[in-house]
Design a protein around this ligand. Sequence first.
Ligand SMILES: Nc1ncnc2c1ncn2[C@@H]1O[C@H](COP(=O)(O)OP(=O)(O)OP(=O)(O)O)[C@@H](O)[C@H]1O
Length: 348
Amino acid sequence: MAGLTLKQVTKQFGEHKAVDGLSLTVEPGEFVALLGPSGCGKTTMLRMLAGFEQVSGGEIHLGDQLLASEQHHVLPEQRNMAMVFQSYALWPHMSVADNVGYPLKLRGVRGADYQHRVEQALSLVALEPYAQRTPQDLSGGQRQRVALARCLVTDPSVVLLDEPLANLDRHLRASMEHSFADFHRRTEATMVYVTHDQSEAMALADRIAVMQAGKLVQWATPETLYREPRTSWVASFIGQGSQLMISTGAPGRRLGGHELMQGLTSPAAQRHQAVLVRPEHIQVHPEAPSQQDLTARIERQTFRGERYELHLRMAGGETLLAYHPHALKLGQQVALTLLEGWCLEPDQ
Ligand SMILES: Nc1ncnc2c1ncn2[C@@H]1O[C@H](COP(=O)(O)OP(=O)(O)OP(=O)(O)O)[C@@H](O)[C@H]1O
């Protein structure tokens, strides 16, 4: 097991910086996600880690070995890393066992050692009974597990995963999330997982690097990203919530309900601070509101099984998302209690 250190890693394609001065340290055995919208540079970063792409600046280290800098480039096959792709990249006419064993054959492993390692890799992804089938006879999720077994068989220090669930339906994605978590626990490999799906990143990763336009905007645990997103943009990308402008607070501060509601009642010109209010921090009181109450009108509601999502509009025009256990009437006025809010930095 080894950790990864990225120091000011940059990748320039012509005039365009696809990755711009990215620095972070991944602990040995950690499962991290690179998360961001399409085009933010996450695949380019993964390809630089794998060695398929040279860095334009900065350094990448695996443990105490320098893998990449402007002058130095360790070839992909010498990095002791394995990569899992969205497309699985399996050989269609080879059996599952032969697909898994392929990287061992390339390394000249034969005989009992070969057999043992293939069996071990197949058992890690619970595919032993499928060893003699061909990939065509497997489901999408099973094919992805073959791809995982194949990358494991060489015992890599680092496993790189490029949107490995993107081709699967929603149901299968959820069960594959369990497979990945299990796979990580059993191998203890350092894993870097690229995705644009925040719920996938939140479910799987120990820490998440949120990227925007080639830059790292926040590097934190899923809990911290949810509770304390740094900027307005991160807040809108992670989880649900409403952003309001208020006249109090400062970036990085949590406000209690009283201060938050007071800050909302000031004239619009005095409200300079953006605050994030999560739906679970809004209490909705359907009984007739009094004059002192903070009020809103129900514009839309969506049934979500265990609760209703209410889309509310306040008198000043701001919109709010809240939860409620029962259906209410569209157009109805309700009183609100806001319990807490988190103050955000403006976007750069
Ligand atoms: N070989 C290349 N030559 C020129 N530009 C490139 C090359 N590869 C990527 N880019 C550009 O770099 C930027 C980042 O691309 P990248 O594929 O890393 O983004 P991404 O976040 O992985 O997006 P997606 O989720 O759509 O794959 C994009 O603007 C892309 O067009």
